[in-house]
Design a protein around this ligand. Sequence first.
Ligand SMILES: *Cc1c(COP(=O)(O)O)cnc(C)c1O
Length: 378
Amino acid sequence: MMATASDTRAVLDVQSLARADVRALPLYAVDRTARAIDVSDNVNLWGTPPAVRRALADAPVETASRYPSLYSIPLRDAVLGYVGLGSGAAGGVGVVTGCGSDDVLDAAMRAFGDPGDRIAFAEPTFSMIPIFARLNGLEPVAIPMTPTFDLDPQRLVDCRAKITYLCSPNNPTSTMLSRATVEYVVEHAAGLVILDEAYAEFAPESFVALVARHERLLVTRTLSKAFGLAGLRVGFGVASEPVIELLTRARGPYKVNVFAEIAALAALREGADGGLAWVREHVALAVHVRACLADAVRALGLEPLPSSANFLCIPTPDARDIARAMRARGVLVGVHTGLARDVPVLDAAGGQALRIGVGPWDVMETVLSTLAEARRCA
Ligand SMILES: *Cc1c(COP(=O)(O)O)cnc(C)c1O
């Protein structure tokens, strides 16, 4: 008997048409309600480089009717110069840009992981990683960090995962991996190694130069944090030419829009009309304020983790209540619950932590007084 139209509709209900991995995913649910002060998402709280504002003001609006460049070639060259791997410095190294570094991470999983493959990482880490993994049909395998917020490189390598993800400085812990750990993983991991350096500008060292020696290493960076361009969505990956070539295919064309490209080029430019001097100056300021903020937080009886990023991670058992009380007072901070209990400091805090972005000192003063008040009331 032929199926009637209504039978067909019943069978093709959209929920059952969708992939199970997608059905199971929650929406990215950060609190986007406007607050007087928002230090919750690690962006540049000093704003955007003036050079970018000038470049965007001068950008011809007619540009919007045209497609952007296919693969952002001028931006790729600017990025290579910025990371010190420009022409002559290291042969065989390339760059892929993307709509935020999220886009590059997602494309890397698509390019190197077949559905069913595993992606290994140390926990806790960037919350988008298991999400992108599931979206790409990969199985996330989390191993706990060590008590000093490094990771056990042998244990990670023993996963024999198709893709290994490292994050240094790490979100949400703000801590850095040791060079020995990174080098061991890069040398011994079974497949592609992704090193996410979204906060490299604030750290004492970057490992990006390792891409010149290791063909299977991809280092990702972003203009969303130190460069103050989170709203424009520009990120990039640096790796050997063969990795870049594959990633570029998986990423697809036209991912960086025309205005984002104009802004990124201005932000990465040296000299009086470029944004790099501003970025460097505000990174130095952030590192200074970070130390002052950590002292002030300690004076309140809390203990932030040692930070190499532009935020502090403060484990405390009542993080959720404190964050709620601060929100009610107009200050939005990051809050994490359910953090890896295998790490003693996190376990002692019941797996909870506050995450506070570093910014201008007058803003930090308000955050600190609100934090003190919220702790009394929470
Ligand atoms: C913020 C962040 C990113 C994402 O940056 P976008 O370039 O804005 O997509 C990537 N990795 C980590 C660890 C981050 O904290």
